[in-house]
Write a protein that binds this ligand. Structure first.
Ligand code: PDD
Length: 298
């Protein structure tokens, strides 16, 4: 499996073994970085424009000035994907606050570092999409919006790591986290949707969660399909009583949750609205592969 890594300090894609960064990089020391994960389909980026917009919003939110333009980041990402030779890639774009003295104060940071990692994309096998995931609503709560704004996609992921550890200690494959106030927020690396009586619901951004790009796309596709949808405050018991639940992310797309806290969701199978939206999402990806959709950067 080919993996290539672009470093702005080298200015070109490297083999993973050559792609080394300083132990004084603040991304390594403090998670003082922002990042995006996206994929390609048919060699084209999926929603590069929206990912770059969110990268900049995240950077603004932590006062990190990105000295690389969108075309520069896109060109570096394209070169890295091409260098892998893979038909399609999982792509991670990271900007760290760079190397600094061993102090927290970001005024001591040097120049930001751009890292792009491209590797073969691995999505769960079809049988996992067909059976759906077993997920647990974990005790680990989302960090309060007042502590670290969850709409910023920063390199500090210990909150989600702790959630996932708790979920996978038991029989669950993924975690759903609640806000400090006890409302359903999001998955460890995904957004949450539920269906009740034909209506699609997803936690509102006010709950404190990442404004997922797949979440936005799924809401758009639902509108196209005439499926009524709303953003709402969802309490855990409402989620447990849902007819259908699914998660969304750039890597996995929509994926059903068929077991929640050990109990079946609805009738325990992948529900009809999840199926319709998944099929529409596959068609949307196929459109991008064919050059018709919103790649964001050709
Ligand atoms: N994660 N919520 C969190 C906490 C996430 O980390 C992610 C994405 C999402 C879904 O966002 P999007 O649809 O834009 O991918 C929601 C990516 C896949 C990751 O961390 O690799």
């Amino acid at each position: 499996m080919a993996i290539k890594v672009y470093l702005s300090t080298a200015g070109r894609p490297l083999d993973p073994g050559e792609a080394t960064i300083s132990v004084f990089d603040r991304g390594f020391l403090y998670g003082d970085s922002v990042y995006e994960t996206l994929r390609t389909i048919g060699g084209r980026f999926v929603e590069m424009g929206r990912h770059l917009d969110r990268l900049r919003r995240s950077a603004d939110g932590i006062g990190l000035e990105i000295p690389f333009s969108d075309p520069e980041i896109t060109a570096a990402t394209r070169a890295t994907c091409d260098a892998t030779g893979n038909a399609d890639s999982y792509v991670r774009i990271v900007v760290t606050r760079g190397i600094g003295e061993l102090v927290l104060d970001p005024r001591h940071a040097g120049a930001p570092l751009l890292v792009v990692i491209a590797k073969e994309i691995h999505v769960p096998p079809p049988e996992v999409y067909a059976r759906g995931l077993a997920v647990r609503i974990v005790d680990v709560r989302k960090i309060s919006r007042r502590s670290l704004d969850p709409t910023l996609k920063t390199g500090n992921y210990l909150n989600s790591i702790q959630a996932l550890r708790q979920a996978t200690e038991g029989a669950a494959e993924d975690a759903i986290m609640l806000s400090i106030d006890g409302a359903v927020a999001e998955g460890a690396t995904s957004n949450v949707f539920m269906v009740k009586e034909g209506r699609l619901l997803t936690p509102s951004l006010k709950t404190g969660l990442l404004s997922g790009i797949t979440r936005a796309v799924v809401l758009e596709l639902a509108a196209e399909l005439g499926i009524p949808s709303a953003e709402a405050t969802i309490m855990p018991d409402e989620l447990r009583a849902a007819d259908e639940v699914f998660l969304t992310s750039s890597v996995r797309g929509p994926i059903a949750v068929t077991t929640l806290d050990g109990a079946p969701v609805g009738d325990g199978g992948v529900g009809p609205i999840t199926r319709r939206l998944s099929a529409r999402y596959d068609a949307y990806l196929a459109g991008i592969a064919a050059g018709a959709g919103r790649s964001g950067a050709e």
